[in-house]
Design a protein. Structure first.
Lengths: 135, 208
């Protein structure tokens, strides 16, 4: 799982009011190079929760992102250095093995072979409580 | 990438080894999948350099198609761990990056309209009544540009009404009618093959 995806996910266990961001416990992180696309990054920037991304990147071993994000207007003229860091954090770091943890309940949900599992057991068709997302 | 090439690549993917009838697991054939994504990109620019989510991705056919058409990022969601294993193998085979999430997509809440486009071949609601509408509702909550979805032609009026009235759609258009041929997959299927008329829809969400 890449951080671009992590930045979208929120824990919706019943009763949880603040399930974002999920904390990352990284056991295995790999890096895969991807083509640099500055236009996409500029477009994406507005949707990113910055602090969550910085913290998540740190959990994955990447501490190069600035603590404070440039404001949206400045992004249009942002120099390539910043965009390259953003690119690396969002798209090139992969969480292969580890867990995502609900910030409120501490419940852990595994990441195995890069897939994020919200059911701990295999599919429980009766809607068992092991699921992260319950009604 | 040309349509024929895309169709060829998708045709090589592994499909469900043990399809679960209650989840309405049917493979999205390469013919439909390639045309669906090709149209989404060539007519509307909704795939290349966009964040694309595949709801009910199964073995990842639509996800793979999006990745092959150079989506910036592809996310595949499905409730079934076995399908996701196959989907992961398919992604590796094609050497494309897809982030898979195992979850019940009808109960998913992403942080707003954070993806550009949702593509899906949802359950038609023959096992779990209303499943098609639940998928559509969920998709419309997370997409900012468009939702592409397949639904039985017989449900056309119902879908249009629900999309515009209840699911925050700015527009709801059938962009083409397809014949979805389902091979005999389950024991209860009597005929060797059956042809269902399906609509390929494009929904445009209002921006919140």
């Amino acid at each position: 799982m890449r951080l671009i995806t992590h930045n979208m996910l929120s824990c919706n266990i019943k009763g949880v009011t603040n399930g974002f961001p999920l904390k990352i416990e990284a056991e295995k992180v790999i890096e895969k190079e991807v083509d640099f696309n500055p236009d996409f990054l500029r477009h994406m920037f507005a949707k990113i929760e910055w602090k969550a991304l910085v913290e998540a990147a740190r959990s994955m071993g990447y501490a190069e992102l600035p603590e404070d994000s440039p404001d949206a207007a400045a992004i249009d003229s942002a120099d390539e250095t910043f965009l390259r860091k953003l690119h690396h954090a969002l798209l090139e770091l992969h969480l292969e093995e580890g867990a995502l943890v609900c910030p409120e309940t501490g419940r852990k949900f595994p990441v195995n072979k890069a897939t994020f599992w919200t059911h701990i057991d295999s599919v429980d068709q009766s809607g068992g409580s092991a699921s992260m997302w319950t009604t | 990438m040309k349509l024929k090439q895309l169709e060829g690549l998708l045709g090589g993917l592994q499909q469900f080894t043990n399809p679960k009838v209650d989840l309405e697991q049917y493979p999205t054939g390469p013919h439909i999948a390639s045309r669906m994504l090709f149209t989404a990109e060539n007519s509307y620019g909704d795939i290349t350099d966009k964040v694309v989510a595949d709801f009910g991705c199964g073995c990842g056919t639509l996800s793979a198609a999006a990745a092959l058409l150079d989506a910036a990022c592809v996310l595949g969601f499905d409730i079934d761990p076995q399908s996701l294993e196959t989907a992961t193998l398919n992604a590796e085979e094609l050497e494309v990056e897809i982030d898979f999430v195992q979850c019940d997509v009808t109960k998913l809440e992403l942080k707003g309209q954070v993806v550009d486009t949702v593509v899906m071949n949802p359950p038609f609601g023959t096992r779990k009544k209303g499943a098609d509408m639940e998928f559509l509702s969920a998709a419309m909550k997370v997409a900012s540009r468009a939702v592409y979805s397949l639904h039985k032609t017989s449900t056309r009026e119902h879908i249009k009404r629900a999309a515009l009235r209840d699911f925050n759609a700015k527009s709801a258009e059938v962009i083409c009618e397809l014949r979805y041929d389902l091979p005999k997959l389950y024991k209860f299927h009597k005929r060797k093959e059956v042809d269902i008329a399906v609509d390929l829809w494009r929904f445009e969400p209002k921006l919140n």
